[in-house]
Structures are given as C-alpha cells and as structure tokens.
Design a protein. Structure first.
Lengths: 405, 332
C-alpha cells in the first residue's frame, strides 16, 4: 500500500487564464456573474462541423516575452502564451518571480502546439519542394521546445516534465509535483496545465459526436447534448511545509490517479476508476467524503461522462452524497482539455479562499443521477475542503484534494 | 533536487530496424551491421527531394500481439507493447506501473486524420481521432496488461526517459508500485521522416521502441546515476551544458560511452567534444539511424545488455537538442 506522508504540501501561488478572464480577479468576477463565454469559431473553417462554437481567449496584442524578438515571439503558440501568463501570476503571488529555489516544473498538455503542426501539414500539402520556415514549425510544434522558450523567459535552468494524459494532464501535473515533493526529490515545484483550441482537436471531438450541437454545454442536465471546447492555462506553486516562508493560500493534501481499462474514449459506466481516485486521494488527505464541501467535477456535459461521474460520486460518498456541493465550471468556459485539471484545481483554491462556489450553468432539468447538491448558480458557502476530478481519453482518472491553509 | 537512489533493470526489450528483440539490437550494433533503408514516399502528393527511412522489419509471428484494443492501432503502439512484453518477460510483480515516453507521438494517425479533416471535413474518421492522442499507446498497453493504477505518458525529447526513470523511482519508493515498466517508442511516418530531413538531408530516419523493467532491488544491471538535466536555451548554452554534464557524470574505469551520434559531424561534434572519451565509444544510431523519441531508450537497452551479457559498465549520453542534457551510468 502507498505510504502516507505526514508532510504538508502548501500552495503559495496560483495563476489562471481562461476565456472568463485573465487572472484570479477576473475569473472570480465572471463566476460571480454566472457568465459563460461561447462564441462562433472563426480561427478555422467549421462550416462542415456539427458544432460551431467554442470558448476562446483573445490574447493581449502587446508583446508578452521580454527575452524574444518580435519574430521569435511569432513562433510561440497560443497555448504557451496562456501558460506564460498563468505562470507569471502564480509566481508573483508566491513571491518567486525570480524562480529562486524552484526545483522542477511539471506541465500537463494534451495537444501542445498543435496549431503549428497543422500549419506545417498544410505547407507540406501545398508544395512538392523543401520550404523555408518548415524547420521552425517542426521545432516549435513540439511542446518541449515551447517550454524552453518559457524557461528562457523565466531565466531558469531546471527540469521540465511534460505529461500528456489527455484531459487529465493538468491534474496529473499537480499530482506528479506533489509526488516529487513527497518523495524528497524536490522542495518547491511549479505545476501547470494548458491547451489551446486547434482545428484537429475540434474536428476530432466533433467526429466523435462529443461536441454539443447546441453550442451550450449543460453538465448534469437530463437532456445534455455534449461538451464545448475551451482553452486556457493555470499554474500552481507547491512547496514543502517548512520550506517556505510565504503565506500559503491552500494545502495540496491528496492526489490519486487510476486507469479505467473499459474503453479508449468511454468511461466505465459505474466510474470504478473514479471511485478509486476519490477514495485514495481523500485517504491521503485524511478526510472522509462527508468532509468534502465542494467538488469541481469533470462534468463535461456528455451523456456518458456525467452519468459515470455521478454514479462514482454516489458510490464513493454514500450517505454523504446529498450534502456535497458539486458543479462543473466547464458549463461556463468549456472543456480546456490538458488545461482543465489545473484550471479546475485553481478554481478550487479560489473557492477555499473566497468561500464561494461557482455555478454549474445551463441546467434545465436535473439528471436523476445528480443526487448531490448541484450548484446551479454562484453562491457563497463555507468551503474548507475541495476536490476536483479529471478524466481523460485513454482512461486516465485523477483526483486532487485541497484544504484551506 | 536530491540525488537518485540506484535502480535495478530487471528486464529489457527493444524493437528497432535491427529486429523485434533487444538481442537483435545488440547484435546489429556490435557487428556494425548495415541495415537496409528505403525512400519514404508521401501518401499524399509527392516531393522533389529524397527522404530516407530505415523501417522496422515485419514482425515474426511470435511477436504479433492479439487483443481487441490492438486491432486498429498504429505502429507506435505495436512497437511499444512488444518491447514492453519482452522487458517484462516472466515477471509478475504484485503491482506494476507504466510510463510511456513519446516525442512525435501517434504521428501516422494524426497525419491521416488531419488530412481527412482538410479533404473531407464531414467524413473525418472518429475511429482515427482517439488514436492520435499522446496517451493512446499507454492506454492500450495498460488494457493488455491489466494495469489499472499508475500509468502515465511523458512527452519531450528522447532523453525524457531519464525523467521517466526518476518518476518510476518515486512511485516505487512511495510504495505505489512494486516495479515499473518504462517504454519509449516512435513510429516513422512519412510526415515525421520528412520533418527530420529539415535538420539534415542526410539523416536516415528510423523507428522502434526501447523498454526497461525497473525495480528498486533484485538482480540485474544497476542504474547508478542519472545525471542532469543540464538545461539550455540555445546552441551556445548547449555546448556548456554538455561539458558540465560530462564533468558531473561518474565515469567508471573501463566503461564504454554509448552516445547519440548519428555519423554527421555537424550534429555530433558538440557531444563528442564534451565527453572527449578515451575508452570505447559505441554509437548505436550510426547503425540504426535517427531514432527520434526512442533513441535514448534504445541506448539504455544496449547499455543494460552490455552490463548483463559482458559485465561491462557504460555511460549513456543523452544530449538532447532543444531542452536539456542527461546521462546515465549503468553498472553490471
């Protein structure tokens, strides 16, 4: 059995960039207003797609990278820019803008810089000749190359681990960071997740009929018709207790991952892997289901996912189920894929600090599976312990538990 | 970061242009065998320059792995599972972790799917798309082996396998798993073959997988040191990083250096100069070709074979191209 470490892991800074806003304050204000942000996709042709909307970020027009020339910055993909902004916010809050004593960075992504890969492919189709600029696209399409640009911007030389477990990647990044500290290999680790919307991924989810034709995701609605894609990034500075002199904003207290072997893209209907991750993450955190005040669910709004997660929460929480507040912030900002787990963990940190809960928007009639307390609009609440679930293609399930500092 | 405890390599496996086993790899490298290459053709359109690829040969019948999950997978999954099963051998650990390392990932289906998206947007295959996701191979291997616990996919340069070994160590030390299978795999689709050609037209691209079954103890070669990362942000910094790496790496007496050279001085010189190795240097990629994401893992498999078969120590140099350099010391 895994050994439980008594060591507390403290979160000293977070950053969040989503279609709802840049940074903690803008995102909190959007949640307080029950705002959702879905709009027609214009970055690529969606005329032949069933779904035509996504939740997108308008990046700042000014230069973001001080260490790059304008030409070099053009090679940076949109997702990495979102990640850089999230990292800066987290580092500022943790008073680590100089990256002093940061042992490692762990990043989760599903698609990386896919847009650059798409451009490379289109160039290949357009010519039989070797083309200038293709080498640059080959290099920068690779997420690790993008991370080098970020570490250069941060002036830091250290290990960067990129984890790619589809939609659980961001949560896995946080968990891996926690494991690094608990194993004694590191004292301070930055964990993050990001993804930007790309044509290939949009078309992929559309081909699977996973995207909501209505354009509006309705997690836990009885007649939900699918998810909407979004994009964004979030970052978290996690430190060993006793190593930091900074004020902690939350405690990263439990994590577990498990693999659902049922199917490559569909969850086990009973959510067996999710039951395991919630059980073990709570055991590591030293809490019972009845002590969980809030679950930021994976809640994609697809028929299969929400039933499996709902069944899992009920089986895991038992009698405590009705008392647990649950919402899916994907209802407001879409599914951020590799960024989702990190963004939703940061939202949990925000709820622990602000004592509020974000809404699970757009529900008309509640699915009978949802016997927990579905938070249908923003509300103030007492939140001492929060949990977030992430499930990905390939069967990766992950749960992170956070407590008030 | 704290230093690493030794790891034991309980088993190795490989799929390469030399064949479907670690023994095939070792024999080809030791005898400097000339392996055949072919010209890679685009399946869409044509190109007016030549890209060379040294593919993995067709598998022998005993290497055909049958499982419902493997009916529609591309080569990267087939290579990974074959190498993994060879490394696992008859071992039946109480709990097994799985870490799959990739660089280009499932490029064959990604290429096919994206071209379908462009050509026939409404008909792009829903069967292909899930196979484009980086963690599809890990998912298939987990399903085949029944691993319902610690499974993850890391992406990066070939030397990300070094971070995978550290992660495996973390998992085992914390009791999450008893042993861990670390696999790095790559498939040479025409798109990636062509892409590598932008680095140097003379490169011959190849594919395959390398696998290590790791434990904290028991019989088998030891990973005594994982040195690095020596991170860099530019080619100039890379030269310095490689020199620092060579200084920071224990160099056992009589050890061989297993480097990443492909036989092109423009690409190889920085690494060679950093090590200035006085003893024997073994360069498997001169025989195999540019192995992309599985390159470092194949070097490690070779090092483990040298340790167990010939009782030789080796230093494995994994310099990377864009991010960081690593090295490993493998002892009998």
């Amino acid at each position: 059995m895994p050994s439980d470490s008594p060591q507390r892991l403290l979160i000293t800074g977070v950053g969040i960039v989503t279609p709802l806003g840049f940074g903690w304050q803008e995102n909190e204000a959007s949640f307080a207003a029950d705002r959702m942000v879905f709009r027609p996709v214009e970055m690529f042709d969606v005329s032949a797609r069933i779904a035509k909307t996504a939740s997108l970020i308008d990046l700042p027009t000014e230069r973001l990278y001080r260490s790059l020339s304008a030409r070099q910055e053009e090679r940076v993909d949109r997702g990495s820019k979102m990640l850089l902004l999230a990292l800066r916010e987290a580092l500022k809050q943790a008073k680590r803008e100089d990256m002093r004593d940061v042992d490692a960075i762990v990043i989760g992504t599903s698609a990386g810089a896919m847009q650059l890969g798409e451009r490379y492919c289109r160039n290949v189709r357009a010519s039989t000749k070797r083309q200038p600029g293709q080498l640059t696209l080959v290099e920068h399409y690779q997420p690790h190359r993008q991370m080098t640009t970020i570490t250069k911007e941060l002036g830091w030389h250290g290990p960067v681990t990129l984890v790619s477990n589809a939609c659980a990647s961001g949560a896995n990044a946080i968990g891996i960071a926690m494991e690094m500290i608990r194993s004694g290999r590191a004292k301070r680790v930055i964990a993050a997740g990001y993804d930007a919307v790309s044509e290939l991924v949009f078309a992929g989810f559309d081909s699977l009929r996973a995207l909501a034709p209505s354009g509006i995701p309705r997690p836990f609605d009885a007649a939900r018709d699918g998810l909407a894609l979004g994009e964004g990034a979030a970052a978290m500075v996690i430190e060993a207790d006793g190593f930091t002199s900074n004020d902690a904003i939350a405690e990263a207290s439990g994590y577990h991952t498990a693999t659902d072997l049922h199917h490559l893209t569909q969850p086990d209907p009973e959510g067996k892997a999710a039951i395991r991750t919630m059980t073990e993450a709570c055991r590591q955190a030293g809490v019972q289901p009845s002590e969980i005040d809030y679950i930021n669910s994976h809640g994609t709004g697809t028929p299969f996912n929400d039933v499996a997660e709902g069944m899992a929460i009920r089986a895991w929480a038992g009698d405590a189920t009705p008392g647990i507040a649950v919402s899916s912030t994907k209802s407001a900002m879409g599914h951020l894929l590799g960024g989702a787990g990190a963004v939703e963990a940061v939202i949990c940190v925000m709820t622990l600090n602000g004592q509020w809960l974000p809404g699970s928007l757009n529900i008309r009639e509640l699915d009978p599976v949802a016997t927990f307390d579905v938070v249908r609009s923003f509300r103030h609440a007492k939140v001492k312990v929060a949990l977030t679930n992430s499930f990905g293609f390939g069967g990766t399930n992950a749960t992170v538990v956070m407590k008030q500092a | 970061m704290n230093t690493d405890a030794p790891l034991t390599i309980r088993g190795i496996g490989a799929v390469s242009a030399a064949g479907w086993s670690a023994a095939d790899l070792v024999a080809a490298v030791k005898t400097n065998r000339e392996l055949p290459w072919i010209v890679s053709e685009r399946s869409i359109g044509s190109r007016d320059w030549e890209c060379r690829v040294r593919p993995v040969p067709a598998p022998p019948p005993e290497k055909h792995v049958k499982h419902p999950r493997l009916r529609r997978v591309s080569n990267v999954s087939r290579f990974a599972i074959s190498a993994g099963l060879e490394a696992l051998g008859n071992a039946k650990p109480e709990s097994l972790g799985l870490i799959v390392c990739l660089m280009n990932g499932c490029v064959a289906f990604t290429n096919r799917f994206y071209n379908e998206v462009i050509d026939e947007p409404a008909l792009a295959s829903p069967i292909l798309f899930p196979e484009t996701v980086f963690n599809a191979p890990a998912s298939h291997i987990a399903a085949y082996l029944g691993i319902s616990g610690q499974v993850t996919t890391l992406i990066g340069e070939p030397n990300i396998v070094a971070e995978a070994m550290r992660m495996a160590s973390d998992w085992m030390k914390s009791g999450l798993v008893e042993q861990c299978l670390v696999i790095a795999a790559e498939e040479a689709d025409w798109l990636s073959t062509e892409a590598v050609g932008y680095y140097d037209k003379r490169l011959i691209v190849t594919e395959g997988a390398g696998a290590l079954l790791l434990a904290l103890d028991g019989d088998g070669p030891r990973i005594d040191q994982i040195a690095g990362p020596m991170a860099y942000h530019s080619n100039r910094e890379r030269v310095t990083a490689l020199a620092q790496l060579a200084s920071a790496t224990t160099q056992p007496e009589g050890a061989a250096l297993i480097d990443s050279a492909v036989g092109l001085p423009r690409l190889d010189n920085a690494e060679r100069e950093a090590w200035s190795w006085a003893g024997e240097t073994i360069s498997p990629h001169r025989v195999l070709g540019e192995s992309m994401g599985c390159a470092s893992a194949l070097q490690l498999v070779l090092a483990a074979a040298l340790a167990s078969d010939d009782q030789r120590s080796s230093v494995v140099s994994m310099p990377g191209t864009n991010t960081a350099a690593y090295a490993c010391v493998i002892q009998p």
